[in-house]
Design a binder for this molecule. Structure first.
Ligand SMILES: Nc1ncnc2c1ncn2[C@@H]1O[C@H](COP(=O)(O)OP(=O)(O)OP(=O)(O)O)[C@@H](O)[C@H]1O
Ligand SMILES: [Mg+2]
Length: 162
């Protein structure tokens, strides 16, 4: 399923719904080029989880932890050279704890993630403020209600394509 958003605010709103529906142990794996909107989406997820304030990209510190309804681990793998580096930064605690994990540039360490994670790819659209946000067919039934809700919410703006 692909949703097209037409502003950063819409991408954040999509993230907010993900954050509201998120459950302990969820892993969201974000991919897409520089500036595609991965951090923007994560900000929305943080708000949906009730994390106060603004979530900056953790590019320079690799991982930030935020307290909300559940703990949000926001990870950015842009700078890693080897998937093994992900373990050195404490990825294990984030992946297998009882928080919610959002990982930018997850394709840099694709093989280390458990199969039940949800892959979300972001890309540019036809207009400067357009983004295409695609959800991989989830390996886990767990995400079906979320995807149905997102499809319903964004169908109104004619931005959903299966
Ligand atoms: N529909 C949209 N959704 C999200 N961001 C948008 C949209 N339209 C324009 N933008 C702009 O695109 C930029 C997205 O930046 P963001 O930091 O979220 O990207 P990123 O994928 O995290 O990049 P990086 O790989 O550098 O971490 C922001 O400046 C935002 O204002
Ligand atoms: Mg980013």
């Amino acid at each position: 399923m692909t949703i097209q958003t037409s502003s950063p605010e819409q991408t954040q709103e999509l993230g907010r719904i993900i954050g509201q529906q998120a459950q302990a142990g969820d892993i969201y794996l974000l991919t897409g080029p520089l500036g595609a909107g991965k951090t923007c989406l994560t900000q929305g997820i943080a708000w949906g989880l009730g994390v106060p304030g603004y979530t900056r990209s953790p590019t320079f510190v690799l991982m930030t932890r935020h307290r909300g309804r559940l703990t949000l681990y926001h990870i950015d793998l842009y700078r890693i050279c080897d998937p093994l580096e992900a373990w050195d930064m404490g990825l294990e605690e984030a992946l297998f704890g009882d928080g919610v994990c959002v990982i930018e540039w997850a394709d840099r360490a694709a093989e280390v993630f458990p199969a039940q994670a949800l892959w979300i790819s972001l890309d540019y659209g036809p207009d400067p403020d357009c983004r295409r946000i695609s959800f991989a067919l989830p390996a886990s039934e767990r995400f079906q209600p979320l995807l149905s809700q997102l499809a319903g919410r964004f169908a109104a703006s004619d931005g959903v394509h299966n």
